[in-house]
Design a binder for this molecule. Structure first.
Ligand code: PMP
Length: 445
C-alpha cells in the first residue's frame, strides 16, 4: 500500500514553515510593508504574492544558480525565473554583452540581426523569424498571422494549457477559464479545446477545416508535466497538414530539451515556433519563426496592405540590445556541448528524487524533459491536462516549497518544476534531493 500524507501533517508543516519564514526574513517583511504604499498588492507584479509565503521574499542579488535575499539568506535556485534564467542568473557572457552594447533601441535593425537570424534557422530549422518582448506577445502575434493567412477565425489549444497572457488560450473544456480577469467576450466562440493525447477529439475538432492553428507545447509543462504518448505529436502533425491547419509549437519551456528545442530533437517539423523567456538571457525578448510556405503567405498578405499599422508588433521589439543578447545566448548556450552537462545533471536529479519518493513509499512520480524536472503527487504520469489539474494538491506543494525555501532551495511556485543551469553542480542537486527527503520524512512522521 502506498503511503499517504495526512492533511493534518501538511497543515502542521505549512504553519511551522510560515512561522520560520517570518522569523528568518525581517528585512523582507519591512520592505513588503513599505512597498504596500505604492504597489498594487505591495509588489511590482501582482502575482508575486501568489508564492503564498506570509509576505514576498525580496531579492538582493542573483548570479548563476545563487540567489541572495534582502536578509542575506542564500539559496540554490532551481526555479530560475520559471525559465527566464534557464542559463543562470546574469550569466557572464550575457552581462558582458549588455555592458558592451552601444545603443539599446533605435527602430532600426542592427548587424546582429543577420547573425541571429542565421543562428535561429540553423538551430531551430525554420527560415523566417520575428522578435517580440515576451512569449505572450509572440503567441498573440502568431495567432494573428495564422488567422490572417488562413482566413479562419478559430484556434485550437489543449485543455489546461498555458501560453502566457493570451486571452484566447484561457479556455478549458468546461468553458472560459474563470482565472481570466476582465474579459467581456465569449472566447469559446473562437477557441476549440481538446485534451492532450486525445486523437479522436483532435480529429473531430479539426475536421470542419475552420481552425487557423493549433497552438501547443509539445510537452505540457504548466500543469505539472504531461508527456505526449507515443505517436501523438506525429498524428498532430499529420492531421493539421491534412486539414490545412497550421501547427505552432510554443517551446518557451520545452527548449530545455536541447539546442533545437523539442521539435528539432524529435523531428516534428512545425509550421511555426515560439521561443520566449531565456532567449536573451533573461532580458525581455522572445522570437517566433515560420516555415517558408507560411512566410510566403504572410508576405503576400502584407502586399495587400498599406504600411503602418497592422496590430502586430511593438516598438521595443527587435531592438539592438535584444539582438546583441540573443546572439550571445544562441552562440554560447544553444549548442549540443552546452546542453549535455545540463541534461546529465537533470538525470541525476530525476533519479535522486525518484529514489527518495520510492524510499518513502509515496505514490508520486518524476518526469524530465531535457534539463527540466518535475515531481507530481500521483502514481502514474497524467495523460492530459484535465487529469494533471486534478492531481495538483496546492497545500502539499506549498508546504513542500516553503520547507525547501526556508532551507535555501527554491523551486517553481504553482507546481513542482526544477531547472538545471550551467552553474548548477552535483552538490546543488544533492542538496535539493536531501532537503526534499528530510521534508518527506517530516511529513510522514
Ligand atoms: N508560453 C509558455 C509555454 C509559458 O510557460 C509561458 C510563461 N510561463 C509563456 C508562454 C509566457 O511567457 P511570458 O510570461 O514571458 O510572456
Amino acid at each position: 500500500m502506498p503511503n499517504v500524507i495526512p492533511e493534518m501533517a501538511v497543515a502542521g508543516l505549512l504553519a511551522r514553515e510560515n512561522a520560520r519564514f517570518i522569523q528568518r526574513n525581517p528585512k523582507s517583511a519591512a520592505l513588503a510593508k513599505a512597498a504596500e504604499k505604492n504597489w498594487l498588492r505591495g509588489v511590482p507584479m501582482h502575482w508575486m504574492v501568489d508564492w503564498g509565503t506570509p509576505f514576498p521574499l525580496f531579492v538582493d542579488k542573483a548570479k548563476g544558480v545563487d540567489l541572495t535575499d534582502a536578509d542575506g539568506n542564500s539559496y540554490i535556485d532551481f526555479c530560475l525565473g520559471d525559465t527566464g534564467a534557464m542559463f543562470g542568473h546574469a550569466p557572464e557572457p550575457v552581462a558582458a554583452a549588455l555592458r558592451a552594447c552601444d545603443g539599446f533601441t533605435t527602430m532600426m535593425p542592427s548587424s546582429d540581426a543577420v547573425i541571429v537570424g542565421a543562428l535561429l534557422e540553423e538551430r531551430f530549422k525554420l527560415p523566417h523569424w520575428q522578435v517580440t518582448t515576451s512569449a505572450s506577445d509572440a503567441n498573440r502575434a502568431v495567432i494573428r498571422w495564422c488567422r490572417a493567412i488562413t482566413g479562419r477565425k478559430k484556434i485550437l489549444v489543449f485543455n489546461h494549457c498555458y501560453h502566457g497572457a493570451v486571452d484566447e488560450t484561457f479556455v478549458t473544456i468546461d468553458g472560459v477559464d474563470p482565472a481570466l480577469i476582465g474579459e467581456p467576450r465569449d472566447l469559446t466562440a473562437f477557441t476549440k479545446v481538446v485534451e492532450f493525447n486525445d486523437v479522436a477529439a483532435l480529429d473531430a475538432a479539426l475536421a470542419p477545416g475552420d481552425v487557423a492553428c493549433v497552438l501547443a507545447e509539445p510537452v505540457m509543462t504548466n500543469v505539472g508535466m504531461v508527456l505526449p504518448v507515443q505517436g501523438f505529436l506525429e498524428h498532430l502533425r499529420g492531421v493539421t497538414t491534412r486539414t490545412g491547419t497550421l501547427l505552432i509549437f510554443d517551446e518557451t519551456h520545452t527548449m530545455s530539451s536541447g539546442p533545437g528545442g523539442y521539435s528539432d530533437e524529435h523531428g516534428l517539423g512545425p509550421d511555426g515556433l515560439v521561443l520566449g523567456k531565456p532567449i536573451a538571457g533573461g532580458i525581455p525578448a522572445a522570437v517566433y519563426g515560420f516555415s517558408a510556405p507560411v512566410s510566403t503567405r504572410i508576405s503576400a498578405c502584407l502586399k495587400t496592405r498599406s504600411p503602418g499599422h497592422s496590430g502586430i508588433g511593438t516598438t521595443l521589439a527587435g531592438s539592438k540590445i535584444q539582438l546583441a543578447l540573443m546572439r550571445v545566448v544562441l552562440e554560447t548556450y544553444f549548442t549540443r556541448e552546452a546542453f549535455a552537462p545540463l541534461i546529465a545533471l537533470a538525470k541525476k536529479l530525476e533519479k535522486g528524487l525518484a529514489d527518495s519518493i520510492y524510499k518513502h513509499g509515496l505514490p508520486w512520480h518524476v518526469t524530465r524533459v531535457g534539463a527540466r524536472v518535475e515531481f507530481m503527487c500521483c502514481p502514474t504520469a497524467p495523460r492530459n491536462g484535465g487529469e494533471a489539474a486534478q492531481v495538483i494538491h496546492r497545500p502539499t506543494d506549498q508546504a513542500v516549497h516553503h520547507y525547501l525555501l526556508n532551507r535555501g532551495v527554491i523551486i517553481t511556485p504553482f507546481h513542482n518544476m526544477m531547472l538545471i543551469c550551467p552553474a548548477t553542480t552535483g552538490l546543488h542537486v544533492n542538496q535539493m534531493v536531501e532537503t526534499l527527503d528530510h521534508c518527506l520524512t517530516e511529513l510522514l512522521s
